[in-house]
Design a protein around this ligand. Structure first.
Ligand code: ZN
Length: 449
């Protein structure tokens, strides 16, 4: 269903008028209330009155994650702290976490865009929604929660962990929708198999998956294992949390950005130059309606492209293609740019393997060495050895899979790689965001989110 038909199907000319009006308002507001922006605008010599059309947007300076860290915790607020009803924070891999704040209106806006997202996925009022995103400082759990309540769904606030118990709840309470990270969805499917639960007999119709990168191949795997429509939800805590954009179940071809609240651009990650529609680059977002912590031209670090073609679902909003990587997730291996999502794409298309993998980077003399560890799935293992027996490493079938997938990896990545096929469940399972890269090269920078 289309939750907010008026806004989600607004003719583009009217949408652009609305965006311009809101852009002028937010620029004037941050210039008046946030010293950081007042200073930054002065540095580039632009005043709020200079913004006369959407084409003037690139005159405004970028905001970066480091700006949030530098003004930790309250330095970028555009309202008194007392007017904020909620704080969230994203994990700080280096130093302090990034703190974000919401006014009562921001929380309402967030619930609105989440209700739209659930509608995109095929959710309806009255559904039971099993929410296995983590509740807490992370925006996933509470974000989905309030949007589902706004829509009039029955929310099961399962949060992460205790997968057997999650499966029992999904079965007993009759979940129609499932929200979690895509890797956790696969873990739920695996646990269902172990418990003898047949997903085909469940009431599940749709899954809303996000908070980590995933691939089309992984979508096919989740959909076939859980018997539901799997859509990608996009967001980041700095902008609002999940609900910046969501794919529609009709097309499953890129996430509709809720453009009346978030104004997107795609720029060259190196030069910052705005790229034409359809070009791949770094997604940049301006919040048009946020009160507590509006951000102007925020560099998301996510690599994507924008598709303005009309969608068969009837929504008129632009779609962002699946994230192909992060400017800071990008691994440089022997001088070649490699995104973990490319590795994943190859692995999940092999029917003998499970979706769980890990990239281990080491150094041999001056050369980087990449080893991809991946698990065989149960079906394949049953062909190789009797139950309970160790995996015979010299089995011809195992050697064949290892060599075939290794060749595919090398072809796709254009860099040499080793492959180790391990027994099922031997790679540590992520409960929240997956740890996909183990960089043991030392002194070489490469980082996750
Ligand atoms: Zn659509």
């Amino acid at each position: 269903m289309i939750w907010n038909r008026a806004m989600e199907t607004l003719p583009r000319e009217e949408l652009k008028e609305l965006q311009l009006r809101r852009l002028k308002e937010v620029v004037a507001r941050v210039a008046a209330r946030v010293p950081f922006y007042r200073r930054r605008f002065a540095e580039v010599g632009v005043a709020p009155d200079d913004i006369r059309s959407l084409e003037d947007l690139p005159r405004l300076p970028f905001t970066r994650k480091s700006d949030l860290r530098d003004h930790y915790p309250y330095g970028l607020l555009a309202v008194p702290r007392e007017e904020c009803v909620r704080l969230h924070a994203s994990s700080g891999t280096r130093g302090k976490p990034t703190v974000v704040a919401y006014t009562r209106q921001d929380v309402a806006t967030w619930a609105e865009v989440i209700a739209r997202s659930i509608g995109c996925a095929g959710g309806r009022p009255g559904d039971v929604l099993h929410n296995a995103y983590g509740y807490g400082l992370f925006t996933g759990g509470l974000g989905l929660h309030y949007g589902a309540e706004l829509m009039g769904q029955t929310v099961v606030p399962a949060s992460g962990g205790f997968t057997q118990r999650q499966v029992e709840l999904i079965v007993d309470l009759g979940a129609n929708g499932l929200c979690c990270t895509p890797s956790y969805a696969l873990q739920i499917a695996e646990t269902m198999r172990e418990m003898g639960v047949d997903p085909e007999k469940l009431a599940l119709r749709y899954g809303i998956f996000g908070a980590e990168p995933w691939t089309e191949a992984m979508r096919r795997q989740i959909e076939s294992e859980l018997h539901l429509d799997a859509v990608d939800i996009y967001g980041l805590s700095e902008i609002i949390g999940p609900g910046v954009a969501c794919e529609c179940a009709e097309a499953k071809a890129g996430a509709h950005i809720f453009e009346d609240h978030f104004l997107p651009e795609v720029v060259d990650p190196e030069t910052g130059e705005v790229l034409p529609p359809g070009a791949t680059g770094e997604l940049v977002l301006t919040t048009l309606t946020k009160e507590a912590m509006p951000l102007i031209r925020y560099r998301t670090g996510d690599i994507s492209s924008l598709a303005y073609e009309p969608c068969r679902c009837g929504r008129t909003t632009v779609r962002m293609t699946r994230i192909v990587g992060r400017s800071d997730d990008m691994l440089i291996i022997r001088g070649v740019n490699v995104f973990p999502s490319e590795v994943e794409d190859v692995l999940v298309s092999a029917p003998e393997l499970s979706g769980h993998y890990r990239i281990v980077l080491t150094r041999e003399g001056p050369l980087d060495r990449m080893t991809v560890e991946v698990e065989a799935n149960d079906t394949f293992v049953r062909r190789l050895a009797p139950p309970g027996e160790p995996l015979p490493s010299d089995h011809p079938a195992l050697r064949e899979v290892t060599e075939r997938v290794r060749k595919q990896l090398v072809e796709r990545l254009r860099v040499s790689a080793e492959l180790r096929v391990l027994p099922p469940r031997s790679i540590p399972r992520p409960q929240g965001k997956a740890v996909r890269v183990l960089d043991q090269r030392g002194g070489v920078s490469s980082a996750g989110r």
